[in-house]
Design a protein around this ligand. Structure first.
Ligand code: SF4
Ligand code: SF4
Length: 600
């Protein structure tokens, strides 16, 4: 029997592939990114990075309409972007099985908020499956397609960070090869949602709902693990694994399908145990359902409603509530791991423009000097460049959701802000949704300055392609949308391109654009060093010339640091040298130069 060690994301990809998947579309986002990366390696399946999550769902839905099996993947906040398409898919139903994966991020490891995607299943009246390990991730992905076709519905798969990224053993089942020729059949009553047809369809959605509610009562997705009648636990996702560890003798109702919930099964289980606990990460989703049926259970008054669970958190909460009396030894973090604040990488093309903004906007102060009152309003966006919010740069004043910075700056300008607002957005986010905001700014004549930081990739999630990158999901070359042409085509009259590593040019262009009374777009272009892997001759600081003024530290480059003796040095192991030279350009004493005798 084949046994594979897979992460949850790899298992979802393999499960979908073994279910006969024909098309997968995604927008990268932690913790979901690796699903499409894994699928892109399978032959015979079309895979793409879509420009955003709504597009991904629409592409997958279109494929489903032709009768083939399709899926769309995203992180939880991506489902907000895709909500309209998600509801449309729920209303029309499917032809080929349609799987939508929304990976939640409890604890906000790499997101702008913490939200529970199961609420979308409730809104859209679609089934929601929650795997608790890689085997279930594999099995549930397979089952989702069969459920989707049987009940004429998209299926939401909701893994969470720990399931996505942890590896465990998967025993795969034989691969299915559904024999299907993609074919579109005309059926306006199902697929054209004019009000009359939509009303009809919504009745069908409600009928579907009744059938799913009956199905979940006996589905193998939900199962009882018999144990002590003293304590019964209803659990889902990774919370189930932790709860098994903490309460080894309890009875469990393990829910793999958390929407719709099996009301009868829950009532039966509750009736057989003395104390009933609900252990689920994030919202009291299952607990609410129990409460609505009049079933007494303890849940969020004991276990946290926010953050990621761990066995220790569950154990400590249970001890505090008097459910268990002793707390065995806690798991300890691996010794010797230093905590590091997130930083822009050495040689990052964002460092120079942020340093310039920091200096023009009075955000940075040389050691020993008095801080100045900040100038400029800088609306940020989602990407590596959000790290510009940290010291010593401190140049991001707002950041909430994808593509919002340009619109927020426009709103400030229209509200009558005294100073011309500025928006900073990366190339991938610009393609995702920033372009809509720019069109709005052009149309409504917003006098703002937009900086598009173009490093040619979706760097934050691991260098995935986007329409401006020239690289497809498979790694093959793809047509490249040229950002300046797109911007000019959108009606922007003043659009310029500057080299991200030419500080003089960046400063001059910024000053000009901020002084102009027009909408200005500056594309600041420079390669991401962790993508190109180019390493030049590292810079070195002359101890004779350096007067320790600290100006070079204000770039925020992690290659520049204080030595043990107190002087400032460059770490030759990480400096990218002539592919950057930012520190060299700003040193007032010309103390920084190319190192001699160090191999490039
Ligand atoms: S290397 Fe230059 S910028 Fe850095 S502390 Fe020395 S004199 Fe100042
Ligand atoms: S050249 Fe200077 S700023 Fe650039 S990576 Fe090296 S040390 Fe950092």
């Amino acid at each position: 029997m084949e046994r594979l060690l897979l992460s949850g994301n790899e298992a979802i990809a393999l499960g979908a592939c073994h279910a006969g998947l024909k098309l997968a579309a995604a927008y990268p986002g932690t913790p979901s990114t690796e699903i499409l990366e894994a699928i892109a390696k399978f032959p015979g399946i079309y895979s793409e990075w879509s420009s955003n999550e709504a597009v991904a769902v629409e592409v997958a839905l279109g494929a489903s309409y032709t009768g083939v099996r399709a899926m769309a993947c995203m992180k939880h906040v991506g489902l907000n972007v895709a909500a309209d398409a998600f509801m449309a898919a729920s209303t029309t139903g499917v032809r080929g099985g349609l799987l939508i994966v929304a990976a939640d991020d409890p604890g906000i490891h790499s997101s702008q908020n913490e939200q529970d995607s199961r609420n979308y299943a409730r809104l859209g009246k679609v089934p929601c499956l929650e795997p608790s390990d890689s085997q279930e991730a594999y099995d549930f992905a397979r089952t989702a397609f069969q459920l989707s076709e049987e009940f004429d519905t998209p299926v939401l798969l909701r893994p969470t960070t720990r399931v996505c990224h942890s590896k465990s053993v998967v025993i795969p089942s034989p691969k299915l090869e559904p024999a299907r020729t993609p074919e579109f059949r005309h059926e306006p009553g199902k697929l054209v949602m004019l009000p009359g047809a939509a009303r009809e369809r919504w009745h069908k959605v409600l009928e579907r709902w009744e059938k799913l509610a009956a199905y979940t009562e006996t589905s193998a997705l939900n199962r009882v693990v018999e144990g002590s009648a003293e304590l019964g636990i209803v659990a889902s996702g990774i919370g189930y694994q932790y709860a098994r560890e903490v309460f080894p003798n309890a009875s469990f109702l393990k829910l793999g399908m958390t929407h719709p919930l099996p009301g009868r099964l829950l009532r039966d289980f509750a009736g057989r145990v003395k104390t009933l606990l609900v252990i689920e990460e994030l919202e009291d989703f299952i607990e609410q359902s129990l409460r609505s049926q009049g079933i007494a259970a303890l849940g969020k008054e004991i276990f946290p409603r926010t953050g990621e669970f761990s066995p220790d958190i569950i154990r400590d909460s249970a001890v505090k509530a008097g459910i268990i009396s002793n707390a065995p030894a806690k798991s300890l973090p691996a010794a010797g791991l230093a905590r590091r604040p997130p930083l822009l990488c050495p040689g990052c093309p964002h460092s120079g423009v942020f340093f310039t903004l920091s200096s023009l906007g009075h955000r940075s102060t040389l050691p020993g000097k008095k801080p100045r009152t900040p100038k400029m309003t800088i609306c940020g966006d989602i990407g590596c460049y959000t790290l510009g919010a940290y010291q010593p740069l401190g140049v991001i004043d707002t950041c909430g959701c994808m593509g919002a910075g340009i619109s927020q700056a426009a709103g400030m300008a229209k509200a009558g802000a005294a100073e011309k607002p500025l928006a900073v957005i990366g190339d991938s986010t610009f393609m995702h949704s920033g372009i809509n905001s720019l069109l709005n700014a052009v149309y409504n004549q917003a006098k703002i300055c937009v900086l598009i930081l173009d490093n040619g990739t979706t760097a934050m999630t691991g260098h995935q392609g986007h329409p401006g990158s020239g690289v497809a999901a498979t790694g093959q070359p793809a047509p490249r949308v040229i950002i300046e042409e797109l911007v000019r085509g959108a009606g922007v009259r003043n659009a310029s391109v500057v080299d991200a590593f030419d500080l003089k040019a960046v400063r001059a262009e910024l000053r000009r654009a901020m002084a102009s009374s027009e909408l200005e777009v500056i594309i600041v272009r420079g390669d991401c060093p962790t993508l190109t892997r180019k390493r030049g001759r590292p810079r070195v600081i002359s101890t004779e010339k350096c007067d320790d003024c600290g100006a070079c530290l204000l770039i925020g480059c992690s290659a520049i640091k204080k030595s043990e003796s107190g002087g400032i040095i460059v770490d030759p192991g990480v400096c990218v040298g002539e592919y950057c030279t930012l520190c060299q350009q700003i040193c007032p004493k010309e103390a920084i130069s190319e190192s001699i005798g160090v191999a490039a």
